[in-house]
Design a protein around this ligand. Structure first.
Ligand code: SF4
Length: 488
């Protein structure tokens, strides 16, 4: 990106935490794995829109295509025809480490003593600097700046230095050197591996394609299985590695100390509402968040609506629990993507209407409850409230179906530095004043966890509490915890 494009890109960034990546893997002899991987990535597009890539294995040979852009922009029929093989690994990326350019697109392909590997990573390591210096000591040429490439190189390093190690043993040794969040899909000439860090911070699921023998699929979310007709089998467990070859699926627990800490934000916002977690769709969880929110912060109003699309399930839940009718209030332009074309100054001032447009006659003179899943910087909320006031609402009550975001994420979600998080520096009353609402209420931390109907200790919620399940080294913390750094 040029400097100018980067500035515009920054202005265009949504006022939301941004997902890191989507990963996909498939072992399916005699199937068009490139096409199946393409559609898997197509369903996972919401997890990263900056670059996309597919690697396929045709025996020892790896075919790779990756580029900047959406899945549908990066691939076409003739490119997919150039990707033959039995094994596919795919990736959609939003950059959380390393700047956004083509060299950092994944899968990362690395040569080892046993053949090539293609690795796709979702998450963020917290010991990248240590890993980098270990690799540089060994004269490894770091082509890109991503932690994903470093994981691939660490696997190669382990396999190359001990001639007795096979794919599995070499990979496990490398995984034990990694700290942080990682859900990985790793293609090899023999098969495909899927693994999660010992806390299982990022999701990864296994599916099967019908046929004999059974063919296996790995995807960040179940929506990546549904689109190709694969059936959900189970989650890859925290600290587990599944190894899928012509002999079927084998499972290894490479870390017995696992302590499940799934990112709660996956459930609140990131993952698609039709994806399944804990045996239900996330739509159902988000509906309960809305019900809990209504129980905690009731208000008198004419109708309730959600900020499209992510606020809608919680708004419906709020309506069901409060008895306040649900209605559409904002219409989303579904065809809008990121643009490098600058809007005019007056368009920029109206800001939000590029993507969301209020229904004026519906809103005029009404007291409304507007439900959103989170507030990060607060800039979008302010523009949104102004647009509603301009449309004639008499009262705006904002309800947020998660607690205030007060801490940055170090595990693969871009939540900005702490000084940019509005709730890190302002009280709820101050935020309410800044965004111009008549009332503002967030869901409680307890309410958010209670609505999971799961063991509340099995989630990471560090961006609401600062209680990081994997210790974050001070030098990394200092890069994002601007408030604490200043306070020292
Ligand atoms: S800090 Fe927040 S966004 Fe990051 S993994 Fe934990 S819950 Fe998810």
């Amino acid at each position: 990106m040029t400097e100018e494009q980067q500035i515009i890109h920054q202005q265009e960034r949504p006022d939301k935490p941004e997902e890191a990546c989507g990963v996909f893997g498939i072992y399916a002899p005699e199937q068009d794995v490139a096409r199946l991987t393409y559609f898997g990535l197509y369903a996972l597009q919401h997890r990263g829109q900056e670059s996309a890539g597919i690697a396929t294995f045709e025996s020892q040979k790896v075919h790779l295509h990756k580029d900047m852009g959406l899945v549908s922009q990066v691939f076409n029929e003739s490119i997919l025809d150039e990707l033959p093989g039995n094994i596919g690994v795919g990736h959609t990326r939003y950059s959380t480490t390393g700047s956004s350019h083509k060299a950092n697109a994944q899968p990362a392909v690395v040569e080892t003593r046993l053949g090539k590997i293609a690795l796709a990573h979702n998450g963020n390591l917290v010991n990248t600097l240590d890993l980098r210096s270990q690799l540089l000591e060994d004269n490894h040429n770091l082509v890109t700046t991503t932690d994903s490439e470093m994981i691939a190189l660490a696997i190669a390093q382990e396999i190359n230095k001990d001639k007795n190690l096979d794919w599995l043993e070499g990979t496990v040794r490398a995984l034990k050197r990694c700290k942080g969040a990682f859900s990985l899909v790793i293609g090899t000439p023999e098969g495909v591996m899927g693994t999660r860090d010992p806390n299982g911070i990022r999701p990864l699921v296994i599916g099967t394609l019908p046929g004999n023998p059974v063919r296996y699929v790995l995807a960040s979310e179940t929506c990546g299985l549904d689109i190709i007709g694969a059936e959900f089998l189970r989650d890859v467990q925290p600290g587990e590695l599944v190894w899928i070859t012509e002999e079927g699926l084998a499972s290894y627990h490479w870390n017995k100390q696992e302590q499940r800490k799934l990112c709660i934000f996956e459930m609140i916002y990131f993952a698609r509402p039709d994806s399944m977690m804990h045996n239900e769709t996330l739509y159902s969880y988000r509906l309960r968040l809305g019900k809990q929110l209504a129980a905690e912060s009731a208000v008198d109003a004419d109708f309730v609506f959600g900020v499209p699309d992510s606020g809608i399930p919680a708004a419906i839940g709020f309506s069901e629990a409060s008895g306040i009718p649900y209605s559409e209030g904002l219409i989303k332009n579904r065809y809008v993507g990121r643009t490098f074309i600058q809007p005019t100054q007056s368009m920029r001032e109206s800001g939000i209407r590029m993507k969301l447009n209020p229904l004026k006659d519906v809103l005029d003179g009404k007291r409304v409850v507007i439900v959103d899943d989170s507030i990060v910087r607060g800039t979008t909320s302010r523009k949104l409230v102004k647009a509603l006031r301009d449309a004639g609402v008499s009262e705006v009550h904002m309800r947020i179906s998660s607690p205030p975001v007060t801490h940055p994420c170090f595990y693969g979600i871009d939540t900005d530095t702490q000084d940019q998080l509005i709730a890190a520096t302002k009280s709820v009353e101050e935020i309410s004043e800044q965004i111009g609402v008549d009332s503002l209420a967030y869901l409680s931390w307890e309410g958010m966890l209670k609505a999971t109907q799961e063991d509340t200790n099995t989630f990471c919620s560090a961006c609401f509490t600062g209680d990081y399940p994997v210790p974050v080294p001070d030098r990394l913390k200092a890069s994002k915890l601007m408030l604490e750094e200043t306070a020292v």
